[in-house]
Design a protein around this ligand. Structure first.
Ligand SMILES: Nc1ncnc2c1ncn2[C@@H]1O[C@H](COP(=O)(O)OP(=O)(O)OP(=O)(O)O)[C@@H](O)[C@H]1O
Ligand SMILES: [Mg+2]
Length: 265
């Protein structure tokens, strides 16, 4: 297994501001000395209560935030040492899907334009071959080609999320970071998205970091689970072990609240 993404003792703190003048009152330690690696074809779930640092860690992984300490490596190279073409290549390697695709899709771009844009930025296809790639992407996320000319506001939440996933997959990334990708979807559409992600890990050897409040979804999709609390990585172990022999009382609490045991997972 090749390591695609690695966090090495990564910390991120934000200034804490307060009062009418928003003066700085110390710092929030959102992520604290987290180390973890993600390899080809691997599915890693990340769980933890609200505010535990999951989204901050996701943003560090995609190079959107700069760590206060430590570093994030993409195929062994630190995000913030990459320049120009190397950085563009890293962007292609690591793609992401956030909870609300309404924020990540340009409201004035049709589905076809949204899916063509990454192909042209990364010079992957043009003309007829680009159109064929767009059709293949729509098919991959199970949308008919009649969706090509629709705008984001003309799509349902589930359809928008599929377009978001298709756009992330357009550049054939080696790793996909998903932050609550199914939280805003109904159960059946959410289940279809999980099935798609599962197939991508298995068939295309995609490395997946899947962040979710839904421990049941995480356990059904991911081979390993990482538990975060107050910015720290509490434990990281194979799903079977987390579910049957949690190593931390906090994990037991999360499992209880999800009423999860292996029979159901
Ligand atoms: N840009 C920022 N400026 C200041 N504080 C921030 C910023 N982003 C996040 N934080 C703080 O960092 C901590 C972790 O936030 P984060 O969004 O990573 O949590 P989360 O685990 O994703 O929570 P949720 O499950 O609610 O999405 C929180 O205390 C949050 O208030
Ligand atoms: Mg979050």
């Amino acid at each position: 297994m090749t390591v695609i993404l690695e966090a090495v003792h990564v910390s991120k703190s934000f200034p804490r501001r307060g009062g009418v003048l928003r003066r700085q009152l110390g710092a929030v330690q959102a992520v604290e000395r987290v180390s973890l690696a993600l390899g080809t074809g691997e599915s890693l779930g990340l769980v933890g209560e609200s505010g535990s640092g999951k989204t901050t860690l996701a943003k560090l992984f995609i190079g959107l935030l700069r760590p206060t300490e430590g570093e994030v490596l993409v195929r062994g190279a630190s995000w913030f040492r990459l320049r120009g073409g190397e950085r563009l290549a890293a962007r292609r390697t690591v793609q992401f899907v956030f909870q609300d695709p309404m924020n990540s899709l340009n409201p004035r771009m049709t589905v076809e334009e949204a899916l063509s844009e990454p192909l042209s930025i990364h010079r992957l296809a043009a003309g007829a071959s680009r159109r064929a790639r767009v059709d293949a992407l729509l098919e991959l996320v199970r949308l008919s080609t009649s969706y090509r000319r629709r705008l984001p506001r003309e799509l349902s939440g589930g359809e928008r999320q599929r377009v978001g996933i298709a756009r992330a997959l357009a550049v054939e990334p080696a790793a996909l970071i998903c932050d609550e990708p199914i939280a805003s979807l109904d159960v059946s559409v959410g289940a279809q998205i999980l099935e798609l992600l599962r197939a991508l890990c298995r068939e295309r050897r995609l490395a997946l970091l899947f962040i979710s409040h839904d421990l049941r979804a995480v356990a059904s999709l991911c081979r390993r689970i990482a538990v975060m609390r107050e910015g720290k990585l509490l434990e990281l172990a194979p799903t079977e072990q987390i579910v049957n022999r949690p190593g931390h009382p906090y994990t037991t609490l999360l499992l209880r609240s999800a009423e999860l045991d292996l029979d159901q997972a």
